[in-house]
Design a protein around this ligand. Structure first.
Ligand code: HEC
Length: 112
């Protein structure tokens, strides 16, 4: 039931924004920031500067024309990633649920 409500909300949010980009509601963004904090993402990533990993704004810019980016980024977060941004790899995050991974990936793509 929760999933259905969420997809309806996501559908509504996309309709409102009237663009193909992965728009997030304010509630979804806030939830994603909490996930990023609680999963330690922000110890390696910042919004607009490189720490250990690339800035989220750079990631969003790199994939802005890629309509499959959300699912491929969700996979990168889950399985880890290497060689796309530099020499330092990102470790896997195997314990994050698919819903949370998708929300994180869609959120990263909205960072400016
Ligand atoms: C230990 C440091 C570290 C942590 C923790 C970390 N990352 Fe990363 N992340 C990196 C590095 C380094 C890269 C670049 C990897 C590469 O070159 O392929 C990266 C890349 C990425 C990418 C781009 C992947 C691609 O396919 O281009 C995304 C999205 C991302 N991280 C999101 C996250 C999220 C969300 C979390 C928290 C669940 C997280 N990262 C936690 C270091 C980290």
């Amino acid at each position: 039931m929760k999933k259905i409500t969420l997809s309806l909300l996501a559908f509504w949010a996309c309709g409102q924004a009237a663009i193909a980009a992965p728009a997030l509601s304010a509630t979804e963004s806030a939830a994603a920031v909490e996930l990023a904090k609680s999963n330690g993402c922000l110890s390696c990533h910042a919004m607009d500067e490189k720490i250990v990993g690339p800035a989220y704004s750079k990631i969003a810019a790199k994939y802005s024309d890629d309509k499959d980016a959300a699912s491929s980024l969700a996979q990168s977060i889950r399985n880890g990633s290497s060689g796309k941004w530099g020499r330092i790899p990102m470790p896997a995050h195997g314990s994050i649920s698919n819903d949370d991974l998708n929300l994180l990936a869609r959120w990263v793509l909205t960072v400016k």
